[in-house]
Design a protein around this ligand. Structure first.
Ligand SMILES: Nc1ncnc2c1ncn2[C@@H]1O[C@H](COP(=O)(O)OP(=O)(O)O)[C@@H](O)[C@H]1O
Ligand SMILES: [Mg+2]
Length: 495
């Protein structure tokens, strides 16, 4: 009996497929996608190393050959039951292999709709669905023509086949566009190592960003999850993620989004497999930004997704690809997540030295903290400015039985990050010393010199214990600055 399931690029959340495959009694095989040397390849190699260090059983790892025929033969020789696409780098080869081997998947002839943003929007237009006006640009004259023809100043220049926001520029007016176009024309940053980067110039949408994830079989998509994104602009102008929230009870506007997303997946001709769709909702309603034909990234732990949704997406995709009947049953059940879940992304506003990370005791003291990672003073003495997903300084998952609790804690983290970032990461003392040096008693001196992480843990423990016993902070230090009182109030609010 065939028992091998090949995952093409098992990184990011697609790493979770390996456990799911084993849980179903099959043998996972990794096929690493081919990427030429460069930035993207270095990042991917780094991630593979981290992810593979968690594999505690013998596993076959193959490497894609740049010559497709060689890769096809290699996979054929394994005689696998299924080939599934893992990360974004595996979309083209994963789709092609499944098609050539007669396995479930969207036909490879439809690959343009799965990878080229210009083609995606043309298909939406053809289907009578809302789309974003755009054009391929090869020269500055093409850019000017688009500005004139659309009469818009707010545009987006991006790679037609791109990923991870590399080469995406949200610009206003001719000058900014010219700078972006010149920078990109001279850059050598094609994510997939393609010889020619094709550039797409689009109208810019101003709206709220959402994710709608689906899994299709036989041309019918089933909804797996919906998330709303929180983004922010950094001091240097980059737009980065600050978090996301599971949408458990869609509003009417969000129901319209889901309805549009299901139609968009069909319009793109995605018949069999997942779509991690990025959408925006503005006054006119929902519109697709791009469809990614693979599981949602971000490395969300399966256990976290299970708590939020009652299932995790890799498991649902795998079961759906193996069994149409499973997919039909999954599709027919109502969308009813079990618990509210959030992901909180952390960032650094600039390069900054750190000697303590209050974020660690704060997260550990929270009721809704599930798991995640943060850069911290135990690992580094310097944070680097966050400009994109790769340079964020942490990402943690939060879930709780009580939706109010997780919402409040998420909002508190957002508030502290925005207004009191030094509570989270700093190399200055946690509290401000009294100006009048004569007020610095030995006790106050001790507190000012104490490791802020230990201090935060102690203060939180004290509040959790109904503030019984001696206060951790003497009155004189509280009175030294309104800032000190504020820090105490914030910590109390977290308990
Ligand atoms: N036309 C647009 N209008 C507004 N924002 C956009 C537009 N295109 C892209 N963006 C923003 O830029 C981000 C990255 O663009 P996207 O096309 O998804 O590139 P990538 O393939 O690198 O993820 C999107 O998630 C969205 O926030
Ligand atoms: Mg995207």
């Amino acid at each position: 009996m065939k028992n091998k399931i090949v995952v093409v690029e098992a990184t990011s959340t697609a790493f979770n497929y390996l456990e799911d495959i084993r849980a179903l009694g099959y043998e996972p095989v990794i096929l690493e996608a081919y990427l030429p040397d460069g930035y993207a390849r270095r990042l991917l190699d780094e991630e593979r190393k981290v992810k593979y260090s968690h594999i505690k059983y013998p596993i076959t790892i193959l490497k894609e050959d740049p010559d497709y025929a060689v890769t096809l033969q290699m996979v054929k020789d394994l005689d696998p039951l299924l080939v599934i696409t893992g990360g974004e780098e595996g979309v083209v080869t994963g789709t092609r292999l499944a098609d050539d081997l007669g396995m479930p998947g969207t036909p490879y002839s439809n690959i343009a709709n799965m990878t080229q943003k210009s083609v995606m929007h043309q298909s939406l237009k053809k289907a009578g669905l809302r789309y974003i006006r755009g054009t391929e640009v090869k020269s500055w004259d093409d850019c000017l023509a688009f500005l004139e023809q659309t009469g818009t100043e707010d545009v987006v220049l991006k790679h037609d086949h791109g990923a991870a926001s590399v080469g995406v520029h949200l610009v206003h007016g001719r000058e900014e566009l010219k700078a972006a176009f010149e920078q990109e024309s001279g850059a050598d940053n094609n994510m997939f190592g393609e010889a020619d980067t094709r550039f797409l110039l689009q109208e810019r949408i101003f709206g709220t960003e959402y994710i709608v994830n689906t899994i299709s079989r036989d041309g019918i998509p089933a909804l797996t999850s919906v998330f709303k994104y929180f983004k922010k602009r950094t001091p240097s102008g980059a737009i980065i993620y600050s978090g996301n929230e599971s949408i458990n009870e869609p509003t009417d506007e969000e129901k319209a989004l889901i309805d549009y997303a299901l139609k968009a997946v069909c319009a793109l001709g995605i018949t069999d497999g997942p779509v991690h769709g990025e959408y925006m909702v503005d006054k006119k309603g929902p519109v697709l930004i791009e469809a990614n034909c693979r599981v949602m990234g971000g490395s969300a732990p399966s256990g976290f997704l299970d708590k939020v949704f009652g299932y995790h997406e890799t498991e649902v995709i795998l079961n759906s690809m193996l069994d149409k009947e499973y997919h039909r049953r999954f599709r027919e059940r109502p969308y009813k997540p079990l618990r509210k879940g959030y992901a909180k992304d952390f960032s650094a506003a600039s390069d900054q030295p750190i000697s303590f990370s209050g974020i660690v005791p704060i997260l550990l003291g929270m009721k809704s903290f599930y798991s995640g990672w943060v850069e911290n003073a135990g690992r580094t003495d310097m944070l680097h400015e966050t400009v994109d997903l790769e340079t964020e300084t942490g990402c943690v998952y939060m879930v709780h039985d009580d939706p109010e609790v997780v919402k409040r804690e998420f909002e508190q983290l957002m508030y502290i990050e925005e207004n009191y970032p030094k509570l989270l990461q700093s190399d200055e003392p946690l509290f401000v010393a009294p100006e009048d040096k004569s007020q610095i008693t030995p006790e106050i001196e001790r507190i000012l010199n104490k490791d802020p992480e230990v201090l935060i843990s102690r203060i939180m423990a004290w509040y959790k214990n109904d503030a019984l016993g001696d206060p951790v902070l003497p009155e004189a230090l509280l009175n030294a600055s309104p800032y000190n009182r504020r820090i105490m109030e914030l910590l109390r609010g977290l308990c």
